[in-house]
Design a protein around this ligand. Structure first.
Ligand SMILES: Nc1ncnc2c1ncn2[C@@H]1O[C@H](COP(=O)(O)OP(=O)(O)OP(=O)(O)O)[C@@H](O)[C@H]1O
Ligand SMILES: [Mg+2]
Length: 349
């Protein structure tokens, strides 16, 4: 069982002059468009229910304006909901008193921002130590504790540089070091890598995955980029017009998109590099053939399966225990895109 870290329960956020007066329209199922046109209010979050497990990367994905930033800012209560709950480790943060909330932000949840959020007149060392200073640590102690993280993100030697002397990728490494130095269990990352060039962005994704393997933080990662979501997410929730339209493990979303909007969204991904053999295997059935470990991608397994005598391989867990098997035909059908079925969902373009 994975422990539940953050539970977002029936959360609504309306922006406008009188948000509470909109609740009755929400009960009647008003759309974001109608609320804006008829009542001049923005329905930014609509009936959000998301369970975020501890020690994993939960991605929230959606196009611009879908409500991602509004949602993540509810997690540390930078935004108050119009209605609903945000429960962290069993406690509703909306019932927290001011001091408790400040402590929560200082010790338990750190944010990493799209535009890095560094102090331009402070050095790398000072920026990285900042969260610890806020926690009340002495300058010396803060410096000592944060030095480890400066080195861990690959910035050893740059301690005395100023942000303007660093590339974007290096600046975000400082942002990451600052967030990690506080020892917070939760990292809230709002489009943290979106401002970076593609290659640097992939580098930073590697840095994060690498750190996560060691640190097992509870990470909420926001992105509008599907490749990034698939690369990082243990779970993905997809937002559209303030509502969650599908959530689950990335493999399931690709195999069973909930509607045409999502099917459209995922249709150009490289399925061979994203889908894993465990997702497509026949459970329980074994074959006379070689064993392949479950997390191998279809692309990666293809040659071995194709050249095996029976055109099939067993799929094992990480310890070598056989879970099932996969055939060449299954791999090939997994590589084929899902067909878009026209259904009652309106297409988004
Ligand atoms: N302070 C505000 N007042 C009024 N409307 C707002 C406010 N903040 C956000 N909105 C609206 O709420 C909706 C969600 O905005 P939000 O910034 O959360 O989207 P996002 O998914 O983070 O977008 P982006 O990818 O552009 O950052 C949008 O329609 C936006 O215009
Ligand atoms: Mg945003």
């Amino acid at each position: 069982m994975t422990d539940l870290k953050i539970k977002i329960e029936n959360l609504y956020k309306v922006f406008g002059a009188n948000p509470q007066s909109m609740l009755k329209h929400i009960e009647q199922g008003i759309s974001k468009k109608d609320m804006l046109e008829k009542h001049g209010h923005v329905l930014a979050l609509n009936a959000i229910n998301i369970d975020i497990p501890a020690r994993g990367i939960s991605v929230i994905m959606g196009l611009s304006g879908s409500g991602k930033s509004t949602l993540i800012r509810h997690i540390n209560r930078l935004i108050e909901p119009t209605s609903g709950k945000v429960i962290i480790d069993g406690e509703n943060i909306l019932s927290m008193k001011k001091k408790q909330l400040l402590d929560f932000r200082r010790y338990k949840a750190s944010m990493v921002f799209q535009n890095f959020g560094l102090h331009v007149h402070r050095t790398v060392a000072e920026n990285a130590a900042y969260g610890l200073i806020i926690q009340g640590k002495s300058k010396n102690e803060a410096k000592k504790l944060s030095q480890k993280w400066i080195e861990r993100v690959g910035l050893g030697g740059f301690e005395d540089h100023y942000p303007s002397q660093l590339s974007g990728g290096m600046q975000q490494r400082v942002g990451l070091a600052r967030a990690l130095a506080t020892d917070a269990e939760i990292l809230l990352m709002d489009e943290a890598f979106s401002a970076l060039d593609p290659l640097i962005r992939t580098d930073m994704q590697d840095v994060l995955l690498d750190l996560q393997e060691e640190l097992h933080k509870t990470i909420v990662f926001i992105t509008h980029d599907l490749d990034e979501a698939l690369r990082l997410g243990d779970r993905i929730a997809i937002l559209r017009d303030g509502a969650v339209i599908q959530q689950g493990n990335p493999q399931d979303i690709i195999m069973q998109p909930a509607n045409d909007y999502i099917a459209d969204f995922i249709q150009d991904i490289n399925r061979g590099r994203v889908l894993r053999i465990k997702t497509l295997m026949t459970k329980g059935k074994t074959v006379a053939g070689p064993n392949l470990v479950q997390h191998r991608t279809l692309e990666d397994a293809l040659t071995e399966v194709a050249s095996s005598e029976n055109k099939a391989c067993n799929v094992t867990d990480n310890k070598g225990e056989v879970l099932g098997s996969i055939t060449l035909d299954q791999i090939i059908s997994g590589l084929v895109r899902v067909k878009l079925e026209s259904n009652t969902e309106t297409r988004y373009h």
